[in-house]
Design a protein around this ligand. Structure first.
Ligand code: GLN
Length: 280
């Protein structure tokens, strides 16, 4: 069988299982199976695929049919300006989260030297994207998942920002180290009873630890805000990713902890997604 026919056959299998972008997914999984890029596939569409590669490809199609996200099958996801390694221990970086990076870059346009903390650093997509853009910034990432921190570290080495990064395995409540010019967090903020109704790809495959925000979705956000108000310098900037229905409640918590709200931004789907504030 040639590469093109295998991709079409794979896409048909995915289509039958109601996967939303069957052809694109099949093509990406082929790049993984034969370890080549998309350009190679375009140029060599009529070349025969080795039996070993075809078997691997069919295995990947089988897993995708069951809903496993493409990013977990390829272990890669492009975010902001870089490709990140992801595993099932980390949330898959979302395009919606790029608004957080964009906002941080806007708010710090004229600052040359900042010390940043990322609470719940995950794959590192937010913090490492900032460090990559700003050569003189330093970053600290904390997470309760040791496996996540291993991935952050690999990504930091790949992006050549590792020398400006410190990582700690800790619960946000217990972390007391340092004072920061800027704190960012994309904490778990989904209401626990909603978790099972998320898209199947998310609900069945992404880490609950990175999604579960307790009964009202705000239990981790509350902890993050409280701790940030202690760890942030006066006039420091605090940026938080929030759920689509959490803006007013989160603003109230922030005000109580001594933050002045700069802005509340919407994501690509026009949902409230990012709150920025200053510690006064
Ligand atoms: N935006 C993610 C989702 O909707 C949730 C991320 C989070 O809880 N921090 O799946």
């Amino acid at each position: 069988m040639n590469i093109q026919s295998a991709i079409i056959k794979g896409a048909k299998t995915l289509e039958k299982k109601l996967i939303l972008s069957p052809y694109l997914d099949s093509e990406i999984l082929m790049t993984k199976a034969i370890n080549k890029d998309k350009k190679f596939i375009l140029i060599n569409a009529d070349k025969n695929i080795k039996e070993k590669d075809l078997n691997f490809f069919q295995k990947l199609i089988g897993e995708r049919s069951k809903g496993k996200p493409v990013a977990y099958l390829t272990n890669k996801k492009f975010f902001w300006n870089s490709e990140f390694i992801v595993t099932e221990d980390t949330l898959i970086p979302r395009p919606d989260t790029e608004i957080i990076v964009e906002n941080i870059l806007n708010l710090t346009k004229y600052k040359t030297n900042l010390n940043i903390l990322d609470i719940g650093v995950g794959s590192g997509c937010i913090l490492l994207s900032i460090l990559k853009e700003r050569k003189y910034y330093r970053g600290t990432g904390i997470d309760i998942s040791k496996n996540c921190l291993k991935i952050t570290k690999i990504n930091a080495i790949d992006l050549e920002v590792n020398s400006r990064l410190k990582l700690y395995k800790t619960n946000v409540d217990k972390f007391t180290l340092g004072k920061y010019d800027l704190i960012v967090s994309n904490p778990p903020y989904i209401k626990r009873h909603i978790l099972k109704y998320l898209d199947k790809d998310v609900a069945e495959f992404e880490p609950k630890l990175a999604l579960d925000g307790g009964i009202d979705g705000l239990s981790e956000i509350r902890k993050v805000i409280k701790k940030s108000s202690e760890l942030i310098k006066k006039n420091g900037i605090f940026i938080l990713e929030i759920g689509f229905d959490q803006k007013n409640k989160v603003i109230n918590i922030l005000k109580k902890e001594g933050f002045y709200i700069i802005s509340a931004l919407k994501d690509l789907a026009k949902n409230d997604r990012c709150i920025s504030c200053i510690k006064i």
